[in-house]
Ligand binder design. Structure first.
Ligand SMILES: Cc1cc2nc3c(=O)[nH]c(=O)nc-3n(C[C@H](O)[C@H](O)[C@H](O)COP(=O)(O)OP(=O)(O)OC[C@H]3O[C@@H](n4cnc5c(N)ncnc54)[C@H](O)[C@@H]3O)c2cc1C
Length: 308
């Protein structure tokens, strides 16, 4: 049953009619728990609230369905506008972007042109930009672009997914770039040819790459809600005198808020991922696919007075 629900949500996340309807009607069905807002103003308010509560933020503009140069260029303008807003409001926040939303699927040149516009603005305003890691077919392309840009821009990082067999090698390669990396388990459905099929192997490799990256002396954004991985990170840091400034924990908006506060109270840096934008439906469905138990929350909200 759980697998069936998960598959259904994954399919819905890619359904263009469902996405169109969602865009028309705004944040509904309990999506507010996971999405920071359907526009920049709402997202900025969420960032301010986090900062006022002693937490850092990163904004992710939800525009993953870009398949034309025009929409890639529009998304780029929105991202540049987001960087300006972060700086104008003097927020402790950076930008997390999917290269596919600025033209990676169209062609490397289109993507690089757009990315440079974003990085120029980021550099001028001292804002960090993280290139997210998407499905395996985009992995090498993303790493190549990251490495090329890292020689020209300082404020740039990317993501390594522990479910990929190649991740340990990538961590070692990226050590040559003193890479600021977000480390995750991995969110896409990948084949056993490229990724560990067993969760226990992914968990083990996740801890292993966290250790290697921290011991290499590079900044780590440990992005997880998993108690065991968080305890492991804290243990490695303590045993090796790695300061609390050398890493941060990252979690998704709306997931384990109590743990977020607990880590903040213990003096760890905690950064919350705030997705926003009118294309919220796909992201919302992927969060449900990841954990169909969240459906109970959604059903409760759907039948609340005023919810559609
Ligand atoms: C800040 C951030 C950025 C990310 N960026 C990327 C990226 O660029 N590329 C990529 O492939 N993946 C990314 N991910 C997703 C990541 O790869 C995992 O799919 C996701 O974080 C779930 O794995 P976990 O580490 O939390 O551990 P899990 O073992 O999946 O979960 C551990 C515990 O966390 C809680 N939990 C996890 N997910 C949920 C949920 N949806 N709802 C409620 N509780 C939940 C549960 O208590 C669960 O038992 C990102 C994750 C975070 C937090």
């Amino acid at each position: 049953m759980e697998a069936l629900l998960s598959k259904t949500f994954q399919n819905l996340s890619k359904n263009s009619m469902a996405n169109k309807m969602a865009k028309k009607y705004g944040l509904r069905f309990g999506a507010k728990r996971f999405v920071a807002g359907s526009n920049l103003e709402q997202a900025i308010e969420s960032v301010r609230e986090l900062n006022n509560n002693g937490m850092l933020a990163m904004l992710n503009y939800l525009g993953e369905f870009t398949n034309s140069e025009t929409s890639a260029s529009e998304t780029t303008e929105d991202l540049v506008g987001t960087i300006k807003a972060i700086r104008n409001e003097q927020l402790d926040c950076y930008l997390s972007i999917k290269l596919s939303s600025i033209g990676l699927e169209i062609g490397k040149d289109v993507c690089l042109d757009n990315l440079k516009k974003i990085l120029d603005e980021a550099e001028a305003t001292g804002t960090f930009v993280r290139l997210e890691m998407e499905n395996y077919s985009n992995c090498q392309k993303t790493l190549d672009i990251y490495k090329e840009m890292k020689t020209k821009y300082e404020n740039i990082g990317t993501v390594i997914q522990a479910y990929l067999y190649r991740s340990a090698k990538d961590i070692s390669d990226l050590n040559n770039y003193n890479a600021n990396l977000r480390l995750v388990k991995g969110a896409y459905n990948e084949s056993a040819e490229v990724a560990y099929p067993k969760k226990s192997d992914v968990d083990e490799n996740f801890e292993s790459i966290i250790t290697t990256h921290l011991l290499n002396g590079n900044y780590a954004g440990v992005a997880t809600h998993d108690d065991a991985a968080i305890k492991h990170t804290i243990r490695v840091a303590k045993q090796n005198n790695i300061s609390k400034d050398s890493f941060e924990f990252q979690m998704l908006h709306g997931i384990r808020p109590d743990l977020q506060k607990q880590l903040r109270d213990e003096g760890y840096k905690i950064r919350v991922y705030l997705p926003f934008g009118s294309d919220w439906f796909g992201y919302f469905m992927r969060r449900l696919a990841e954990r169909p138990e969240n459906l109970a929350f959604v059903v409760k909200n759907t039948f609340k007075k005023g919810a559609v």
